[in-house]
Design a protein around this ligand. Structure first.
Ligand code: DGL
Length: 267
C-alpha cells in the first residue's frame, strides 16, 4: 500500500482526459499532473527532442515522490517510453497508444481511421501495432492539424476549430472508415465537434482513456501500491510554462470533470 501520488504527464492539456478517468475510478489516489505547456505541441518535434523533454518531466514527477507514472501522451510514449523504462527501471510506467486493436475488432467496413500527431503516426511503435493487429483491415491515417492548438487555446467551440475538424475527418470518412480512433489525448476535448461533423453517418469514435485507467489499476495491484481506502486524495498541477499555465490546467481539469458527469460522455 502507498499513499504517494500517481504522476500523469503530457505536453499540455491533453493528459487531463486521462486524469479525469483515473480520478473518477480511483478517488483515494493523489494525482500530480505535469503539463509541459512550454514546449507544446510535441507532434512535429523530433523524436530525440521529445525524448529529452519526457525525461526531464519524469525526473520532475519523481521529485514529487510519484509511485507510478502515466505518460498520458501518445507522442511522448511513441518517442520515449522504452528509454524511460531503461533509464528509470524502478518506476512503473503506463504509456498510451492509439486504440488500433479494439478498433480493428469493431469495424464492419474493414476500414479504420486513426487521427493522431505526425510523430505518433510515424513512430515505430504505431507501425508495429498496425502490423500486429491490423491484419486484413485498411488503416487510414490522418494528422489532426491544428487540433492540439485549438484545445490549448480553449477554442473547442470556435467555428475555425469545426472547420479544421471537418477538413481532417471528411477524407477519412470518404475512405469508408466506420471506426475512428482518437490517437492523441488532446482530441477527446473535441468530441462534441467531432460528433457534430460525423452526424448520423454511423461512425464510432474511440479513445484510450478508459483502457489506460484499467492498466493503471492493474499495475497498482501488481506492485501493491494502492492508496488506503480512507486516504484523502490531493490534486496538484505542475508545468514548465509557469504559474498561470498551472492555474489553467487546474481549471480545465475540474471543468472537464463536471462536463463529463453532466453528459455522461467524454467531452
Ligand atoms: N497529447 C499528446 C498526444 O497524445 C501530444 C500532442 C502534442 O503535443 O502535439 O499525442
Amino acid at each position: 500500500m502507498s499513499d504517494a501520488p500517481i504522476g500523469i504527464y503530457d505536453s499540455g492539456f491533453g493528459g487531463l482526459t486521462v486524469w479525469r478517468e483515473i480520478r473518477r475510478a480511483l478517488p483515494h489516489e493523489s494525482l500530480v499532473y505535469l503539463g509541459d505547456g512550454k514546449n507544446c505541441p510535441y507532434g512535429s518535434l523530433s523524436e530525440e527532442r521529445v525524448a529529452v523533454l519526457a525525461e526531464a518531466s519524469v525526473r520532475r514527477l519523481m521529485e514529487e515522490g510519484c509511485k507510478l507514472i502515466v505518460v498520458a501522451c501518445n507522442t511522448a510514449t511513441a518517442a520515449a517510453i522504452e528509454r524511460l523504462r531503461a533509464t528509470f527501471p524502478e518506476m512503473p510506467f503506463v504509456g498510451l497508444e492509439p486504440a488500433v486493436k479494439p478498433a480493428c475488432l469493431r469495424t464492419r467496413s474493414g476500414v479504420v481511421g486513426v487521427v493522431a500527431t505526425e510523430r505518433s503516426l510515424a513512430g515505430r511503435k504505431f507501425l508495429s501495432t498496425v502490423e500486429r493487429y491490423g491484419g486484413g483491415k485498411r488503416i487510414v491515417k490522418a494528422v489532426g492539424r491544428g487540433w492540439v492548438e485549438a484545445v490549448e487555446a480553449d477554442a473547442e467551440a470556435a467555428p475555425e476549430t469545426e472547420r479544421r475538424v471537418r477538413e481532417v475527418l471528411e477524407p477519412v470518412i470518404a475512405a469508408g472508415a466506420d471506426v475512428i480512433v482518437l490517437g492523441c489525448t488532446h482530441y477527446p476535448f473535441l468530441r462534441p465537434v467531432i460528433e457534430r461533423v460525423i452526424g448520423d453517418r454511423g461512425i464510432e469514435v474511440i479513445d484510450s482513456g478508459a483502457a489506460v485507467e484499467k492498466r493503471v489499476e492493474s499495475l497498482l495491484d501488481e506492485y501493491g501500491l494502492r492508496a488506503a481506502e480512507g486516504h484523502e486524495a490531493e490534486y496538484r498541477f505542475l508545468s514548465m510554462a509557469g504559474e498561470e499555465y498551472c492555474e489553467r490546467l487546474r481549471r480545465k481539469a475540474f471543468a472537464c470533470e463536471v462536463a463529463r458527469q453532466e453528459n455522461n460522455v467524454y467531452i
